[in-house]
Design a protein around this ligand. Structure first.
Ligand SMILES: [Zn+2]
Length: 362
């Protein structure tokens, strides 16, 4: 299907932590399913790799929620700030980029696929994609995703503000039923959701997901339309992604995909996730599930596993554009280099994973 601008229309639906194995087992959809390798299976770095096509070392977003390491050194704010400044001073001395206090967008020369493609006249509708705040001007409409910090710009253009429900940040994200992301503690939201119980959480999640779809469909259309849901990840962390919990979650995933696809009628549908989740832990196998023209256009060499770095260049390639980055354009037949980590990245990954284990996130 071609839009008024003569460009194909792509619908991308993201699910945080949609797991390759579980989706393959539990989904009844007719999508072409591939594993999507996440070199760093953590929300902040992985979604940002998907949008930029670059590794975390290049784009600079390491935190789970895309925030700075706010309490990395001390629980006392003043001590933390002082040590944070020393940390950055050390980075400058050792010829690294200093890290921003708010790293919810790439802190380096990495560019977002909607910026490179937008410059070529391809329009975007981006709703609730994680780690995209503060929201900036794009060619199209952008309503931010988790962690939604409403005192920063979080939607563009101004004119869409009147369409967004007052409880948008709770509607998109169950953590924000309970806590502000800036002051959140893993224990607080996990315990609170546990107390609410799976049935009630699922009931509200379903209602919120359908309201989010209504908002998404009401906003102006674009060449590339993106929408994300975070419940699979959050439910995994609290209730364990296995057995009946997994069956219920993946059934909802199927229903949402069908509902949005039917309404948007895009020529291509692309389901993506930043990593997988089984039990209470993350896996490095997310999903790339495709339907339509894009499914036919991709050429993956034998033995190659697509990675989150390949999404931005593939989207650009498919739309007749290009996005310079580390990832591979999977619409071009080639001998792709597998996404692997260099020594510095490996070290940063190990530190990050250890930190997440220490705070009880993984
Ligand atoms: Zn995630």
């Amino acid at each position: 299907m071609v839009t008024e601008t003569g460009k194909p229309k792509v619908l991308m639906i993201g699910f945080d932590a949609l797991d390759y194995e579980l989706f393959g087992k539990l989904s009844t959809s007719d999508l072409k399913l591939l594993p999507l390798f996440a070199p760093i299976p953590v929300t902040g770095p992985s979604w940002t790799s998907m949008y930029t096509g670059d590794s975390a070392t290049v784009h600079g977003v390491w935190n789970v929620f895309g925030l700075e390491y706010r309490k990395r050194y001390a629980s006392n704010d003043t001590v933390q700030l002082l040590l944070w400044r020393l940390h950055n001073l050390w980075r400058v001395i050792t010829r690294h980029q200093p890290q921003e206090r708010y790293a919810t967008y790439a802190t380096t020369k990495s560019t977002y696929v909607w910026d490179t493609m937008g410059d070529e006249g391809i329009s975007f509708k981006i709703v609730n994609m994680p780690i995209t705040g503060p929201v900036r001007q794009i060619n199209g409409t952008h309503v931010g995703g988790f962690p939604l910090i409403t005192r920063k710009p979080w939607y563009y253009p101004q004119s869409v503000g009147s369409q967004i429900p007052d409880d948008y940040k709770q509607m998109i994200e169950m953590i924000q039923w309970i806590a502000e992301p800036e002051y959140h503690s893993d224990k607080v939201w996990k315990n609170s959701l546990g107390d609410i119980g799976f049935e009630m959480v699922m009931e509200r999640t379903e209602a919120d997901a359908h309201r989010l779809i209504d908002l998404f469909l009401a906003l102006p259309g674009a060449n590339v339309e993106m929408l994300q849901f975070s419940f699979v990840d959050r439910i995994a962390h609290v209730f364990d992604m296995s057995g009946e919990v997994a069956v219920r979650c993946y059934k909802l995933v199927d229903e949402l995909i069908a509902k949005i696809s039917d309404a948007v009628q895009a020529g291509s549908v692309m389901i993506v996730s930043d990593h997988g989740a089984q039990g209470k832990g993350h896996t490095d196998r997310g999903c790339l599930a495709l339907k339509g023209e894009l499914a036919d256009a991709i050429r993956i060499p034998q033995g190659y596993t697509p990675s989150v770095l390949d999404i931005a260049p593939t989207l650009a390639g498919f739309m007749g554009s290009s996005h310079p980055c580390q990832g591979n354009d999977l619409t071009v037949e080639g001998n792709y280099e597998a996404a692997s980590l260099n020594a510095e990245q490996q070290e940063e990954k190990e530190q990050l994973m250890q930190h997440l284990k220490d705070i009880g996130y993984l």
